[in-house]
Write a protein that binds this ligand. Structure first.
Ligand SMILES: [Zn+2]
Length: 420
C-alpha cells in the first residue's frame, strides 16, 4: 500500500523542530508562550494548502481541521492529536536537526557540545536503526521529537489520505494542542467544536508501543501553622512550622512509595516544593497510583503521618488540601475496548509487534478520556525526550503514519451501518 509513497513526515519534522515552541510553567496565559502559535499558524496554512477542510486556529493556539468522510458507512468520528509545545526542561531555541544517514551503530558526538554523545550502549533501541536514518539535535538543545514527531506523522497521514482518495475512511479530525508539557493541553480545548467520538494521541516512544493506562494523580498541600512569639522569650511557647515541615519530610517512607524506589505499577508520595517561615510552612506533594484505591491509600498514609507528628505540638495545626489532577484513562478505555483493539490491529498491519505499556505519568489523553473522548497513546519513535540527546528513527516515524492510515481504514471496515 505504501510502496511508491514518498513519506513527507521526515522532511516536515526537520522543518517543524526549528520553530521554537517551548512552553512555560510559570506563565498564566493561554498559550503559556505566544511563540507556540508560530507553529500552529504554519500547520494551519499547510493543512489548507493540502486541501484539508475546515481548518482553523484560535487565540489559544489550538489547530482544528477535518478530513471529510469518503464512505457511505456511518463511521465514528476519530481524532488524531499531538502537541506543538516542547518541554521547559531543556532549551528549544535554534534547534538544528541533523540527519544521520545510514546509522552504523557507532557513537555520535553532537557537534555543538562534544560531551553530548549518543551511544548504542545507553540507548539500546538504536540497534533497530542500524542501516537506517536517524535524526538528532546538535548538542545544545533538545530535538523536540516530543511532540513534533507526532505533529509530522499526523500531517503526513492527512497528506496520504488527500492524495489517495480511493482509500475509505470516516470523518477524521486533526487536533494540535499547546501547553501539553505544562499540563494544560486541554485547558482551553473546545470539545464541542472538535465533535469527535474517539481520540488517539501521537505522543509515545518506540515502534509498536501502545499506552492505554496512566497514573491516577492528586496533588496535596500540607500547610503547617506554628505559634510565633519573640524568640528571646519563647521557652515552652514558640512552635516552629519549619521544623515541623522538616519532621514530616523526614518521616516519609524511605524504602518504598517514592519515585526513587518504585517502578512498574507501584505508586508514590513525592514532595516537590517546600516553602515557609517559622510561623507558617507549606509542603506540596504529588500522589500517584494506577488505581483509585491506591491513590486514596497513599493520601491517607500521608495524612496519618502528618497528623501523628502534629500530636506532639498541641499549639500548631495543619491544613491538608487535596486537588485532583487526572485519572487513569484505563477506566474509560475499558468501557470502549475496540478503541485499543483496533489500534493493536493497525500496528500489526503496519508489520510491527504491539507493546502494551502503562505510563508512569499523565497525558492529554488521560484528561480527554474523562472529557468523554476515550484516548490511548500511540508511538511516534521519539527517544531520550526532554534532553540534548533526544533522537528519532525515520523508519519508526513512517511506520506510525502507516499505523494511522490502517487504523482509520479499520474503523471504516468495522462499521456496518449504511447511511440511507
Ligand atoms: Zn509529549
Amino acid at each position: 500500500m505504501f510502496k511508491n509513497y514518498h513519506f513527507t513526515s521526515p522532511e516536515r519534522f526537520m522543518r517543524y523542530v526549528q520553530i521554537d515552541t517551548q512552553s512555560d510553567p510559570q506563565s498564566d496565559t493561554h498559550p503559556s508562550t505566544e511563540k507556540q502559535k508560530d507553529l500552529s499558524f504554519l500547520l494551519a496554512n499547510e493543512l489548507q494548502q493540502m486541501g484539508v477542510a475546515d481548518v482553523h486556529t484560535d487565540e489559544f493556539g489550538y489547530v482544528y481541521a477535518t478530513i471529510p468522510s469518503n464512505t457511505g458507512k456511518q463511521v465514528p468520528v476519530l481524532c488524531f492529536c499531538s502537541h506543538v509545545d516542547t518541554a521547559p526542561d531543556c532549551s528549544g531555541t535554534h534547534v538544528k536537526p541533523i540527519l544521520h544517514k545510514n546509522y552504523n551503530g557507532g557513537d555520535i558526538v553532537l557537534p555543538a557540545d562534544s560531551s553530548q554523545v549518543l551511544k548504542l550502549h545507553d540507548h539500546p533501541n538504536l540497534r533497530q536503526h542500524i542501516g537506517y536514518d536517524i535524526i538528532t539535535a546538535s548538542g545544545d538543545t533538545l530535538l523536540g521529537a516530543d511532540d513534533k514527531a507526532g505533529v509530522a506523522i499526523i500531517m503526513d497521514m492527512a497528506h496520504y489520505f488527500i492524495t489517495h482518495p480511493e482509500l475509505k475512511h470516516g470523518t477524521i479530525k486533526i487536533l494540535f494542542t499547546p501547553d501539553e508539557e505544562v499540563g494544560r493541553g486541554t485547558a482551553k480545548l473546545n470539545i464541542e467544536k472538535l465533535a469527535a467520538n474517539y481520540c488517539y494521541t501521537l505522543d509515545g516512544g518506540e515502534a509498536g508501543s501502545l499506552e492505554d493506562e496512566t497514573f491516577s494523580a492528586d496533588a496535596v498541600s500540607i500547610i503547617i501553622h506554628g505559634s510565633i512569639v519573640h524568640p528571646g522569650y519563647a521557652k515552652n511557647r514558640l512552635v516552629n512550622a519549619i521544623k515541623i515541615a522538616g519532621e514530616i519530610v523526614d518521616a516519609l517512607p524511605k524504602d518504598r512509595l517514592s519515585p526513587e524506589t518504585t517502578e512498574g505499577r507501584e505508586g508514590f508520595i513525592h514532595p516537590v516544593r517546600i516553602e515557609g517561615s517559622a510561623e507558617q510552612a507549606s509542603i506540596d506533594f504529588l500522589i500517584r497510583s494506577f488505581s483509585e484505591d491506591g491513590l486514596q491509600e497513599n493520601t491517607k498514609e500521608l495524612r496519618n503521618l502528618a497528623e501523628t507528628i502534629l500530636q506532639s505540638y498541641p499549639k500548631a495545626f495543619l491544613e491538608f488540601v487535596v486537588k485532583e489532577q487526572y485519572r487513569n484513562m484505563k477506566e474509560m478505555l475499558e468501557k470502549h475496548p475496540h478503541v485499543v483493539r483496533y489500534a493493536e490491529e493497525a500496528i500489526r498491519r503496519a508489520g510491527l509487534t504491539v507493546k502494551k505499556e502503562s505510563i508512569r505519568g499523565g497525558t492529554d489523553g488521560s484528561r480527554l478520556s474523562f472529557m468523554g473522548l476515550p484516548c490511548p497513546n500511540l508511538f511516534t519513535g521519539m527517544q531520550a525526550i526532554h534532553s540534548k540527546l533526544e533522537w528519532i528513527g525515520i523508519k519508526t516515524m513512517q511506520k506510525a503514519v502507516e499505523t494511522l492510515v490502517h487504523l482509520s481504514m479499520i474503523w471504516e471496515e468495522r462499521s456496518e451501518r449504511h447511511l440511507s
